[in-house]
Design a binder for this molecule. Structure first.
Ligand SMILES: [Zn+2]
Ligand SMILES: [Zn+2]
Length: 423
């Protein structure tokens, strides 16, 4: 259902494009003046590079997304015959359809610079994409990472209405344009919100294709039980890992980030902001020798190069692991062949990321790790080579020389890493 390269030069002529697409919903007219969105239908660039991926996906991405998920917007101008409050409500509702299924939030502000700017314009209006009076082109918007990122323009000459056939439905067109602003291109799947051609359908809803597209870009909305922020001074942790020299603590879909001993501002943040597609409750994480980050949950694992998804979910039994739900993963020690350890219930496995295998399906006992707690939640190595084992709100520190636990532990994670006074 993708636009193929040979279609590209026809796309400024709606009639030809229509004939070639041949996939309009049955209830739409093919009169040639079919109202449509003014955003050109570029062929997806990724098609060339990742044909395998595209077979599974039907939604079309422009190739970028906005860098943050808490977004502001302003309405510069409303159409004259629609009340301002009504217009405000329509845009709020149009944005909600995207925020309902993603971690995105939208906040209206009345002035100043905003992430999204909504305006009603006519004919030539300064962006080389002129409007054309009533009918035809209805609106257009600019993709992330372009020079007018966040701009949404509606053709002031349309008869904008809400919920009826008397004019053009502003809610529907607005929801479509916001899809572009967030990074989605036109979909050729009939009946989707991101279809280039306007057709009135009520109530407004995302198709599966639209939903998969936006969730590919921004991840899914955290489940209701996870929406309250975990309190760092009172929580335990799902996983902890040093990643590119910074320390990341994971809990219930959120992550804290510590650089040079200080919590970075803006954290906790949703982990899906950095690593799209990882589950909310990961079991373990580690960074391998080449700097790739591995996440484990249940019987699956995922691999990322920085924030770019490389592999997964794949079954952990493919790594030779006979159990699921490992409790912690730790890269530690000098044996470059087997310097990663998986822990579960008093047992551990040595793992070679280069071989993608544990050395034996049979685990070893943790007896030799002296008094390390058997059921740990997380483990990580700090910049100085010390291993840390976290259980509940406490942690133990293990010396690389002599393989022994340091005295004075366990201590509280909250006090030592997050400057909590009470834990
Ligand atoms: Zn469009
Ligand atoms: Zn414009």
């Amino acid at each position: 259902m993708f636009l193929m390269n040979e279609d590209a030069h026809h796309l400024h002529h709606p009639i030809k494009a229509l004939l070639r697409m041949g996939s309009l919903p049955a209830n739409t007219s093919t009169s040639g003046n079919q109202p449509r969105c003014g955003v050109p239908d570029y062929p997806p660039q990724r098609k060339v590079h990742h044909p395998g991926l595209l077979r599974q996906r039907r939604f079309v991405l422009h190739g970028g997304r906005l860098d943050k998920t808490d977004l502001t917007y302003k309405i510069v101008k409303s159409p004259p015959h629609m009340g301002e409050e009504k217009v405000r409500r329509i845009f709020r509702e149009a944005l909600k359809i995207w925020s309902d299924v993603t971690p995105l939030t939208f906040t209206e502000v009345r002035s100043g610079k905003t992430d999204i700017s909504i305006d009603f314009r006519r004919y030539w209006h300064g962006d080389n994409l002129p409007f054309d009076g009533p009918g035809g082109i209805l609106a257009h918007a600019f993709y992330p990472k372009t020079h007018r990122q966040g701009d949404v323009h509606f053709d002031l000459d349309e008869t904008w209405t809400l919920g009826n056939h008397m004019g053009t439905d502003l809610l529907q067109v607005a929801a479509h344009e916001f899809g572009h602003v967030l990074g989605l291109q036109h979909s050729r799947v009939p009946g989707t919100l991101m279809s280039a051609y306007y057709s009135f359908s009520y109530p407004l809803q995302l198709s599966e294709d639209d939903k998969r597209g936006i969730q590919y870009l921004y991840g899914v909305r955290p489940q209701a039980t996870f929406t309250s922020l975990p309190e760092v001074c009172r929580t335990d942790f799902d996983a902890v890992s040093m990643i590119r020299g910074e320390l990341f603590f994971f809990k219930s879909g959120y992550v804290w980030r510590i650089r040079d001993g200080h919590l970075e501002s803006g954290y906790p943040a949703l982990a899906s902001r950095h690593w799209r597609g990882i589950p909310a409750n990961i079991d373990a994480a580690f960074e391998d020798n080449s700097g790739n980050i591995w996440f484990f949950q249940g019987e699956k694992f995922w691999i990322f190069d920085a924030e770019r998804h490389i592999r997964g979910p794949e079954p952990t039994r493919g790594l030779g692991l006979s159990v699921s739900g490992i409790q912690a993963a730790l890269r530690w020690g000098t044996d470059s062949n087997y310097n990663t350890y998986f822990f579960k219930s008093g047992s551990y496995w040595r793992f070679s990321p280069s071989e993608n295998r544990v050395e034996s399906v049979n685990p070893r006992s943790m007896q030799e790790w002296s008094d390390i707690p058997e059921d740990m939640d997380a483990a990580f190595r700090d910049l100085y080579g010390y291993a840390h084992f976290v259980r509940g709100r406490q942690y133990w520190k293990f010396s690389p020389s002599g393989m022994k636990l340091l005295e004075g532990y366990p201590r509280y994670v909250g006090i030592d890493f997050f400057s909590c006074r009470n834990v």
